[in-house]
Design a protein around this ligand. Sequence first.
Ligand code: 0X9
Ligand code: CA
Ligand code: CA
Ligand code: CA
Ligand code: ZN
Length: 309
Amino acid sequence: EFPAGDEKYHTYAEMTAELQATARDHASLARVSSVGRSYEGRELRLIKISDNVATDENEPEVLFTCNQHAREHLTTEMCLRIVQRFTDGYDTDPAIKQLVDTREILVLPSVNPDGSEYDISGGRYKGWRKNRQGQGTDPNRNWGYKWGCCGGSSGSPSSETYRGPSAFSAPETRAVSNYVNSRVVGGRQQITAHIDFHTYSELVLWPYGYTYNDTAPGMTQTEARRFQDVGRQIARSNGYTPQQSSDLYVTDGSVNDWMWAQHKILSYTFEMYPRSGGGLSGFYPPDEVIPRETARNDAAVDTLLRAAG
Ligand code: 0X9
Ligand code: CA
Ligand code: CA
Ligand code: CA
Ligand code: ZN
């Protein structure tokens, strides 16, 4: 469980209960499923939000993923905020209704539930980042595009950025990638946009992460400009700093590179609150900041949903 005073953060059980309650209270708008299981066997729960949710309609699909990194608990709250806003707001907010009626919104609040539960076990934060397979694989170095190519990950199992023995060796990245692959319908990827939420530093990041170059195979000048334009528009609404992800540091095997290179999904990483702050303690802001720092991304989320059209 979370340490005393931070009970407003959701444990895995509380997150699951929240998703199920949402689907029960909004049966025509929200439906819970699973994309597979974590290394320790937890369901990787997905909630879909759309009008006629039981039908696979011909609407742009937009994916939000959270908590690839165990200790980044604020991101799970971000995904839950998206879920809550697009269900509770449907009947009263015309802008919400418009988006829900014209998009299929897919939310995965915890991509790394094993690591997340470990991080809070015994009611004490452990500063854990990776999954719980052996010494742990960094999920965000385990994706299958240019995996391990470029010095942006480690081959040592003890490293915080261990890439695993092979691409998609982590059950969590394998399951999410299989799900995304399954959204190719009639030769066309249905998911057109994606945000992977992390903490911290208040950044909006776009691919590629494996190279400093703005353009590269699979990323034309026009495509790079699109990432920049949407990324900068988003940054104006949340006050984050927009940049290519390699401008922060080079990573290989990160989720955005795969989403874009493999599927041409407009895929961003958000690094949430705080902007800076004290090493590990930056991962553990008090639960009092949850409402403010998740609502801060409402307009950004709406912008991405619109850009997905
Ligand atoms: O290193 C990561 O996976 C992300 N930062 S975090 O502090 N949340 O671990 C950033 C990934 C963005 N990609 C690149 N910087 N290339
Ligand atoms: Ca508190
Ligand atoms: Ca629909
Ligand atoms: Ca569809
Ligand atoms: Zn992270």
